[in-house]
Design a protein around this ligand. Structure first.
Ligand code: ADP
Ligand code: AMP
Length: 213
């Protein structure tokens, strides 16, 4: 099963993608996580990606597409995957479609986690991410057991630089201009499913599993 998660930054794509990956035993692939891992390791790719991410801009398609195609070619992707944060532009979606076409394959579902902009700004300010394992929390909705400490690995939790309010509004603008057109793109392909992302995360997940079966 090949699934794409769509939705504004902070809509809950990562939260849901992790649960989908666990239930359906497929890898969760987040281009944002791949970039952040590269930034942490200080690679050339990380340095280049950071310059865009810090501004709330998208990393150029050429870079992003290569990383994604390399990742989905790995063995663990044979039975499918859930993509979180990719595609984010029409050209990215077209490259993915073409690569899958060549293999006689296709995306099965594009799930749009729908959350209005007002809620997004509140959510992002409360998101905390683990510096080591990438686990995410929310200071009100999903607090860690001990403030500022990751439940899973004991490392420090931080507010991502790009979750600061001034960058969030830029990211929302970029989302509406460059990513939202994908809703139309996948509607036309007949695979778009929309879920209400404003409800409790377990209720969002229930709506998704109703779709995926
Ligand atoms: P995305 O991957 O779309 O950027 P995340 O999954 O990281 O979004 O979620 C953004 C923030 O909102 C996180 O702090 C997360 O814990 C919180 N969150 C996710 N889903 C919900 C929900 N249904 N209700 C309230 N908060 C949520
Ligand atoms: P995310 O963790 O998905 O919120 O992504 C964080 C940041 O990484 C984004 O704001 C972009 O700068 C960059 N990024 C992640 N995925 C992509 C993508 N598919 N295309 C371009 N930039 C991306």
């Amino acid at each position: 099963m090949k699934i794409i998660m769509l939705g504004a930054p902070g809509a809950g794509k990562g939260t849901q993608a992790k649960m989908i990956a666990e239930k359906y035993k497929i890898p969760h692939i987040s281009t944002g996580d791949i970039f952040r891992a590269n930034i942490k390791e200080g690679t050339e790719l990380g340095k280049e990606a950071k310059s865009y991410m810090d501004k709330g801009a998208l990393v150029p398609d050429e870079l992003t597409v290569k990383i994604l195609l390399d990742r989905v070619a790995k063995d663990d992707c044979k039975n499918g995957y859930v993509l979180d944060g990719f595609p984010r532009t029409i050209p990215q979606a077209e490259v993915l479609e073409e690569a899958l076409n060549k293999l006689g394959d296709k995306v099965d579902y594009a799930i749009d986690v729908d959350v209005p902009d007002e809620n997004i700004v509140r959510r992002m300010g409360g998101r905390r991410a683990c510096v080591t394992c990438g686990a995410t929390y929310h200071i009100e909705h999903v607090p860690p057991k001990q403030e500022g400490i990751c439940d899973k690995c004991g490392s420090e939790l931080i507010l991502r630089d790009d979750d600061k309010p001034e960058t969030v509004s830029k990211r929302l603008k970029v989302y509406h201009e460059q990513t939202q057109p994908l809703i139309d793109f996948y509607t036309k392909k007949g695979i778009l499913k929309t879920v209400d992302g404003t409800v409790d995360m377990m209720d969002v997940f229930a709506a998704i599993t109703d779709i995926l079966g």
